[in-house]
Design a protein around this ligand. Sequence first.
Ligand SMILES: [Zn+2]
Length: 299
Amino acid sequence: MTFRKDADLSGGSVSGGRGGGRRGMAVGGGVGGIVVVLVALFLGVDPGQLGLDTGGGQGDPQSQSRIDQRLEECTGEMANTDTICRIKATTISLEDVWGQQLPQQTGMAWEQPHTTIFEGSVSTACGAASSDVGPFYCPADQDVYMDPSFFDQVLAGQLGGSDDLVATSYVVAHEFGHHLQNMFGDLRRSQQDPQGPSSGAVRVELQADCYAGIWFHYATTTPARGSQEPLVESLTEQHIDAIIQTAEAIGDDHIQKASGTRVDPSSWTHGSSQMRRHWLVTGYEQGTVEACDTFRAQL
Ligand SMILES: [Zn+2]
């Protein structure tokens, strides 16, 4: 997936977050520890509600201003090589697509969530969180939180997801899926029934994958704001394979195998590799919110 080189990436609801002083334990804490946390939270919805408080929020103005400066400089061309710019470009394309599709398909107006890019740890309305929770969405401040180091070190490095930047776009689109669920009032179903292969939590996560698929369906054909041309220039078969590889890498069964623990469906919170692949592909092929009704589906 590539963005148009001359695309305008100015503006956008993305900024650097307050980094914290716990960088040592963040992603350097050892595979075992990380994977255990990821089983609970990876691409999850809300660290605060799981009682995690990792002592962030000390503030690291240098990290924040470095990220803000990079965000200012981002161009479409940089979005094809740089993770921070890729995150920003993806949020703008998501706004283009959902701004058009949501009213067309449901009659609701899209409200763009804010996206915060941080290093180490971050203060949120859902509590403090460190990088090892992975990317997440906080419904209390309607903000998507991303640490760029997660993609190389954990997703591609430890879990065997694709190292193509399209994997980063998929994760951003998944978190925006949680924002959509928050708008629909469906996000709470995750907390009401938090574990098991057909639990509310798994249905919420699979639906977010399906919503991510909808974005991929329309990304290359939806015109960018103030332009005739889409922000996303191409999405190839290779890119689709990379997205599927990533969806499979973050299945609960794969994460349990990778962490050396027994595969135990009763502890699943996000769904198996096969389930995640299935719902991502469903959203991509169908392109409709209706096709993503994981709550009525037989899992
Ligand atoms: Zn999620």
